[in-house]
Design a protein around this ligand. Structure first.
Ligand code: OGA
Ligand code: NI
Length: 365
């Protein structure tokens, strides 16, 4: 308790163990200065007047269909969605609603555990390559301003790692990982086709069969007394190929589209929000771009999101696909990015503070 009161009344450059405890300190009416984002956007920040349109929806089921026509229509939809938005909602993916709900509930129970219970998962010696890691904000040891968020990250594939508590957590996570991985694999087949490559091109090139890297990122955003000053998650793009996100019915995510922040509204609890990550931008030589997104917080409700990041095997070197380079309809396509091992990219992007798409600057050719 003493720690809570201290954290809320005297801001310090050292973050508390969790934003959950700050959020719940009884006398909290304003946020500690260390949580005030310097260029805080007005909230909601989406520019309502701009004709930004609707995030596309992709019906997943035709990807499994034996009818080539149905499949090719979906591949065309994927092409438009990846090219024009980098974000899309996936429906009819076959992952049971009950499993999604159970995963969110398991996440909630993890965050609700006493802070001492999570101690063993905080700050291991491998840093961002620690297979199970929880904490607050994004990278609190290097940040000057903290995000209003607690997180849990676990590497769930090719080797499955999970916290052993709360009871039942790892069973739900294992099943959820398997099912979302299958959806991601199938989407990547469709996406591979959509950029003019063989369906299995990405999987073969990046060793997805055996080695696909899959990461759970569970996010906990408790109520915030001054949501207009705080940020749940700073603007960033994801380091992976493809992220599948679900949430507990509370909105807060915004995606950048044509320079505007667009609210993701009313994401159905049985749908996944999917986005293009940096590795897909590199592999596609910029045909598809990873997209900035951020999470806002609110005064009333705790928001929980479960993001599953799917990437190449950690030892894969990711570079623009040679098939997309050279002569194409009279123009010469030069590689826009240098190759880099995914493990090195992950280390690079995760070890500093979250900073837009700055990870990609390092590999730009
Ligand atoms: C992420 C992410 C957004 C959210 O975990 O990479 O962008 O809505 N999360 O929690
Ligand atoms: Ni993200």
């Amino acid at each position: 308790m003493a720690a809570q009161i201290q954290a809320s009344s005297s801001p310090s450059p050292h973050p508390p163990k969790s934003i959950k405890s700050i959020s719940r300190s009884p006398a909290l009416t304003s946020i500690p200065p260390a949580y005030i984002f310097p260029s805080s956007p007005p909230h909601p920040a989406a520019d309502q007047s701009a004709p930004v349109g609707q995030i596309p929806t992709i019906d997943f089921s035709p990807l499994l269909s034996s009818s080539p026509d149905r499949r090719s229509e979906t591949v065309a939809d994927l092409r438009a969605a990846c090219r024009d938005w980098g974000f899309f909602v996936v429906t009819n993916h076959g992952v049971p609603d009950g499993l999604i709900a159970a995963m969110i509930e398991a996440g909630r129970k993890f965050f609700e555990m006493a802070e001492e219970e999570k101690e063993e998962y905080r700050g291991g010696e491998k840093g961002v390559l620690e297979p199970i890691r929880c904490g607050t904000s994004f990278n609190s040891s290097v940040e000057k301003v903290f995000c209003w968020k607690d997180f849990l990250k676990a590497f769930v594939h090719p080797v499955f790692h999970s916290p052993s508590k709360p009871p039942g957590f790892s069973q739900v996570l294992e099943e959820y990982s398997k099912r979302t991985r299958e959806v991601a694999r199938e989407l990547l087949r469709g996406i591979s086709e959509s950029i003019g490559l063989e369906p299995d091109h990405i999987a073969k090139k990046l060793d997805l069969e055996q080695g696909m890297f899959q990461l759970l990122a569970a996010n906990f955003y408790p109520p915030c007394p001054q949501p207009e000053l705080a940020m749940g998650m700073a603007p960033h793009s994801d380091h992976c190929l493809l992220t599948l996100l679900t949430q507990n019915g509370i909105d807060g995510l915004q995606v950048q589209h044509h320079g505007n922040w667009v609210d993701v509204r009313n994401l159905s609890p049985n749908s996944f929000l999917v986005n293009v990550g940096d590795q897909l931008e590199i592999l596609s030589n910029g045909k598809y771009k990873s997209v900035l997104h951020r999470a806002m917080v609110n005064r009333e409700a705790t928001r929980i999101s479960i993001a599953m990041a799917h990437g190449p095997s950690l030892d894969s070197e990711v570079a623009p696909s040679p098939e997309l380079l050279g002569e194409d309809e009279g123009t010469t396509q030069l590689p826009a990015y240098k190759g880099m091992k995914y493990r090195d990219y992950l280390l690079l992007q995760q070890s500093k503070q979250l900073d837009g798409k700055s990870g990609l600057d390092v590999v730009r050719a």
